[in-house]
Design a protein around this ligand. Structure first.
Ligand code: NAD
Length: 472
């Protein structure tokens, strides 16, 4: 079995302990990664701190050249990266390849967005400036960043934190999720091959609950970018040594259907939104809210689409693959059982073979059932029947989450009015909830997050203004 060593100061760390990385499809150990000690984590921060000023001073051209070489190496190694990801997180191989390619595009867009960044200048001709001065406000690196990523997009959600921050002159301690650590180390190795100086990108591994506190409380941290679950995000907010946080957390995205227009296509869109990668996406549709009449019509259409979903192992490229681990699969099973026990109709699915759950559709879900509120992060879709628009909005807003919502209606003006009343980061009208183009801002409100991601936003959140004012 292969062992993968964490990277600190461009050196592979000879750690004494190892962490098992499982293959979710077999539930057997696939590889091992270093389980670092608190002392080793501290040395990663020291390396990042020592490298930062030099990395910033080397200039934007050199940092851009590095990013381009890194991007090229990601693409050159796309098959290996995709295969690793497929084993670590049981994502369909073709989706893993897509993720690598999308990440390469993310790097290109980062470079072009940075080039568009304006330096702010003021002089006595500027509105409100009466003194004879010339003022320049440039964005500069914040310093040492922490990037912590979740399992579900181990390359994209790592590089989307790292690329903008590295380009702007920051150095990083990056901690991938346990499932996703091998690919996290591999992108670190490719950064070294691309010529990144020692200390600029340190990849630390170990179980989050063991080393998480040590990472987020290090006094050398200037900012933290975290993507993951609400409980971990909350803890991080409570104990972190940095007040500069971007947190992208869970969701309970609703699809609200306001009328009976175009139901066949909407059923297809909802099923694609709810079940791709077995529903293990922050922006997956996690509940449908609609009237009795519409539900009577759309439920059979959704059921027909769910029945078409391919189910199998990731190398067969199905939509539904085994869930990330037994604990997560148990959680979804419990949600389904709780709903059925309380009177929900099991329309489709409900069965399971180890971590592989059949896609499951539940109708007549009520607000008393856990599945109406919890984020399953698995292949189950509840339909909640509510007849008045005000009540739909109220149930949608009652969730602690606030990531995205979809509204489907032929009356776009009405949908827009509903959109304005929803407590979420983004509302999609007549399209499923999704990340969408990486240049769009991406954010959650309430428990779904704090701060904004997106290429421009990450460039901004990893930099600060430095003003220099000269009196003439
Ligand atoms: P998770 O919270 O279990 O883990 C996320 C990361 O935090 C991992 O790297 C993990 O090792 C680390 N971690 C665990 N305990 C820690 C601690 N005490 N201190 C610091 N770090 C710790 O989440 P997950 O299961 O990997 O991912 C699924 C969750 O992520 C879902 O809730 C999903 O909605 C959310 N997510 C959100 C977005 C978004 O952009 N809003 C995107 C993807 C996933």
């Amino acid at each position: 079995m292969e062992k993968f060593k964490a990277i600190i100061n461009n050196q592979e760390i000879e750690s004494n302990s190892w962490l098992d990385i499982m293959d979710p499809t077999t539930d057997e150990v696939y590889a091992q990664v270093s389980a670092l000690s608190a002392q080793e984590i501290d040395s990663a921060f020291k390396a990042a701190k020592a490298a930062q000023k030099k990395w910033e001073a080397i200039g934007i051209e050199k940092r851009t050249e590095f990013l381009i070489r890194w991007r090229d190496l990601l693409l050159k190694n796309e098959e290996d990266l995709a295969t690793t990801m497929m084993h670590e997180i049981a994502k369909a191989y073709k989706d893993c390849l897509t993720e690598v390619r999308r990440t390469a595009e993310y790097i290109d867009l980062t470079i072009s967005e940075y080039n568009d960044l304006q330096v702010l200048t003021f002089d006595k001709n500027s509105k409100g400036v009466t003194e004879d001065i010339v003022a320049e406000y440039k964005r500069i690196a914040k310093g040492v960043g922490v990037g912590i990523s979740p399992f579900n997009y181990p390359i994209n959600l790592a590089v989307s934190k790292l690329a903008p921050g590295l380009l702007t002159g920051n150095t990083f301690v990056f901690k991938p999720a346990t499932q996703g650590s091998v690919v996290g180390i591999k992108i670190g190795q490719l950064a070294i091959e691309a010529g990144i100086p020692a200390g600029v990108l340190n990849v630390v591994t170990g179980r989050g609950r063991d080393i998480g506190d040590v990472i987020v409380t290090n006094p050398l941290i200037d900012f933290i970018s975290f993507t993951g679950s609400v409980p971990v995000g909350r803890r991080l907010m409570e104990i972190s040594s940095s007040k500069d946080l971007v947190l992208e957390l869970g969701g309970k995205d609703a699809a609200i259907l306001l009328d009976e227009h175009n139901l066949e296509n909407i059923a297809k869109d909802i099923v694609a939104g709810a079940f791709s990668y077995s529903g293990q996406r922050c922006t997956a549709i996690k509940r449908v809210i609609t009237t009795d009449n519409i539900a009577d019509k759309i439920t059979p259409l959704i059921k027909a689409e769910v029945a078409k979903l391919t189910v199998g192992l990731p190398n067969e490229n199905p939509i539904i693959t085994p869930m990330i681990d037994k604990k997560s699969a148990d959680f979804v099973t419990d949600l389904i059982n709780d709903a059925v026990k309380k009177g929900a109709t099991l329309v489709y699915g409900g069965t399971r073979d180890k971590n592989l759950l059949q896609p499951t559709l539940l109708d007549n879900v009520t607000v008393e059932m856990n599945v109406a509120w919890e984020e399953p992060f698995g292949p189950v879709l509840p339909i909640i029947r509510i007849n008045e628009i005000e009540d739909m909005i109220s149930v949608a807003n009652k969730s602690n989450f606030g990531l995205q919502t979809s509204i489907y209606s032929k009356d776009v003006d009405l949908a827009y009015k509903v959109a304005e009343q929803l407590e979420v980061g983004t509302v999609n009208i007549n399209r499923r909830t999704q990340r969408g183009p990486d240049v769009l801002p991406f954010l959650g409100v309430k428990d779904s997050g704090f701060g904004v991601q997106g290429i421009k936003e990450t460039i901004l959140s990893t930099t600060r203004y430095r003003g220099i004012i000269i009196k003439k």
